[in-house]
Write a protein that binds this ligand. Sequence first.
Ligand SMILES: Cc1ncc(COP(=O)(O)O)c(C=O)c1O
Length: 398
Amino acid sequence: MTRRAPSVRPKEIQLGFQTDCTVTGEDRQAYLGSIPPPIYESSTFVFPTYGDFRNAGRTRSRPLYTRGDNPTVRVLERKVATLEHGEDARAFGSGMAAIAAGVLSVARAGDHVVAVRSIYGNAHRLLHGYLPRVGIETTFADFTDLGAVEAAIRPNTRLLYLESPGNPAMHIVDLEAVAALARRHGLVTLIDNTLATPYNQRPLESGIDLVVHSASKYLSGHSDVVAGVLIGNREGIETITGSEHRDLGGIIGPFEAWLILRGIRTLGLRMQAHNAAGMKIARWLEDQPQVERVLYAGLDSHPQHELAARQMRGFSSMFSIVVRGGQDAAIRFVDALQLFGIGVSWGGFESLALPIDPCETPDAKELGVVPGFVRLSLGLEDVDDLMEDLHAGLKDIA
Ligand SMILES: Cc1ncc(COP(=O)(O)O)c(C=O)c1O
């Protein structure tokens, strides 16, 4: 490694994850030596001559308009692409915008998608509720059973939509096996890697084609931004750049990109702490009499623990538990917590808890989402304080 960090990491230089988080993708000398990049809060960019303008448009050597390219956003895109071991990335105004762009870049009217059953609720709504309006049908399948996935594939299937670990049932998808299955059938694979983060899992290395993130979660890590990122190979991202990114226009603002960059500088460190807290508290919860089940991929008791351990480096700190006493007990439990906020989202520095109502969860029965289900997102508070708080909450429902 040269003493001065490269602006865009050359392929042959292997840096550690946390080094990539801090230096890669940044071009400090281009920004007068500034450590963080400037926030290019400009809608449009001007040129001294029309010839320069035309040349920049042809070569993309300088941005023309922020819906196409913005220098602050490009720093984020380069960094996330490197962290996921992809070739390029595009950032969006939300995780849902990134997911929609990814799906629409592959599926057209008349096409079919096979998606994981253990899936983020709004992604389910997009696939099940919205996309049929434009002629794209989805079958939800149990990806823990590859026979069931293969049986769901039709002649017009184009895309396998994955999430692993899947929210909220924490199902694990065998990424290498699914990538091989997709290749046999000529299908594209897209995974929502938000829960694992590139620190714990890099699906492109297992042969998956596209990775999406809600950057609103661990990537940014500070619960102060809503955004998304889509990562893939140069050709795939180039196609999306000239189509869904530009034409649907769900882009991120430069300030939001800058906030995510600031969050990512500590992503490796935060994930180490999240992984440690998740493991310690999940193990401890398993021993609590008021807890019926703990669904955490890091535990031996998780039915797919071996697979998870093979393809993940750690298991993050968002997981689900089932408390005894059903939905009423779940509500009393979270109401009794002092350090956990009650709210949606997760992956921030603050702990959150949320009862999951089986009546509002698609395929709840198949997913094992039963009354008493609670989703926990552990933040970066002291683990002993969180355990004490959870202990008090559980005592309340004993
Ligand atoms: C797993 C997962 N993917 C995607 C999203 C959507 O991201 P956003 O809220 O940034 O649109 C969420 C949001 O909670 C999520 O939990």
